[in-house]
Design a protein. Structure first.
Length: 135
């Protein structure tokens, strides 16, 4: 827990290089989906897209139905400008039940001027029950 909190503090301080080193060590030790996600996000901010993708790919080999990881991989490639690859991963996220992938696809449709498709993609989220309070 302390290593995770230190990683968060480094990110907040803007020390992504230090955070990446700590997160890589933590991920090597725990190998969980959350640690892969955190490390990949930091690597992406550093412009190390290929390394971030490799971390997510390895995590998905262990958890092939993890929609959050598929969505993170899609967002990584959207950020890198590869919409074709991102859409492939968004499809996997949708098949895994990840609701935020629909919102991402809706945003892409809206950006392309396709309001009808965007509305259809946003509708289930708008109709959904709000999540329970975390407090």
């Amino acid at each position: 827990r302390l290593a995770y909190e230190l990683g968060v503090a480094l990110v907040r301080r803007g020390d992504d290089w230090g955070a990446a080193a700590l997160q890589a060590a933590l991920h090597d030790r725990v190998g969980e989906a959350w640690s892969a996600h955190d490390l990949a996000q930091t690597l992406a901010r550093l412009g190390r897209t290929g390394e971030a993708d490799a971390v997510l790919e390895a995590a998905l080999e262990r958890r092939p139905r993890d929609g959050v990881l598929w969505n993170a991989r899609a967002l990584l490639w959207l950020g890198a400008g590869d919409e074709t690859r991102a859409r492939r991963f968004l499809g996997a996220a949708l098949r895994s039940g990840e609701r935020s992938a629909r919102a991402t696809l809706g945003r892409l449709a809206l950006a392309a001027g396709d309001a009808v498709t965007a509305r259809a993609l946003f509708r289930p989220g708008a109709d959904a029950r709000p999540p329970a309070d975390w407090g």
